[in-house]
Design a protein. Structure first.
Length: 273
């Protein structure tokens, strides 16, 4: 395995629903894939209760994560090619109890299969469900970067803080990046981040980092209606340029870590007692 095959894994999550997390996961994935001649990228729908990335992409997959529990089904049977040169999508199933409850046996089956294909990608983005259920925490603990999406609403800040608190105290994680979405100005987004940063540093001893601020933009709702990534629908829009800036930061993080000779293996994290 060459050094260039190292995979940067990123969990996209939120404490509160309705903050645009899934749409952000899709568009950061697309922006990362577009860099240079295209970087192989897997977008994995891990919202195992209410999977809807397939809707944003306007596709109806024949198979999903649930099918991987069958002995004769392999990742290549489930993966959906969104772009021919290496942008792939791994769909989830909505409301499957075995996956929602994330039984250890099912977890072992899935990742035994998936680990074999992760190293084919430069980037793996996991769109997790909102909140702090055990599935979200387990999957977040497996990734290199935990990216928390918030909005300026007080409830979003409170729930985002709660998510960071559990992941830092129970799982020992400290690599949090924050995206502030749905703001009316950069100043409002930066202020929201500063409020969260003050709470995390003061009460948790955790230093969070701002990945980016995304303003309200009608191009987002238009792209959703068209079931098309922003990078295709409105590549010159202000909000997509901001998404590209965030993807550049993630690209640079991967470049700095590329000296690690071992490809990523999704790790199992044991919560602190």
């Amino acid at each position: 395995m060459t050094q260039e095959s190292n995979t940067l894994s990123i969990a996209i999550m939120s404490g509160k629903g309705g903050v645009g997390k899934t749409n952000i996961a899709l568009n950061i994935s697309y922006a990362l894939y577009q860099k240079g001649q295209g970087h192989p990228t897997m977008l994995m729908d891990c919202d195992l209760g209410l999977a809807n990335l397939d809707v944003l992409l306007g596709i109806s997959p024949e198979k999903n994560l649930e099918d991987l529990l069958q002995p004769d089904v392999q990742p290549q049977d489930v993966l959906v090619k969104i772009e021919d040169n290496g942008f792939d999508f791994l769909p989830a199933a909505s409301g499957v109890p075995e996956l929602v409850e994330w039984d250890n046996d099912y977890q072992a089956i899935l990742f035994q299969k998936l680990n074999s294909c992760f190293s084919n990608y430069d980037y793996l983005l996991m769109d997790l469900g909102a909140g702090i259920n055990s599935t979200v925490l387990t999957l977040a603990g497996m990734t290199d970067i935990q990216c928390v999406v918030i909005s300026p609403e007080p409830t979003s800040l409170t729930d985002g803080y709660a998510l960071i608190k559990v992941l830092s105290q129970r799982y020992g994680l400290d690599n949090f990046m924050i995206i502030v979405n749905m703001v009316s100005s950069k100043k409002e987004g930066e202020h929201s981040f500063q409020r969260l940063q003050t709470a995390c540093e003061g009460f948790l001893g955790v230093n969070i980092h701002l990945l980016g601020v995304l303003l309200n933009d009608k191009a987002v709702s238009q792209a959703i209606t068209k079931q098309t990534p922003l990078g295709k629908f409105a590549p010159d829009s202000a909000i997509y340029r901001d998404i590209e800036s965030m993807s550049l930061r993630l690209y640079n993080i991967r470049q700095k870590s590329i000296n690690n000779p071992e490809p990523l293996q999704m790790k199992k994290v044991i919560p602190n007692s």
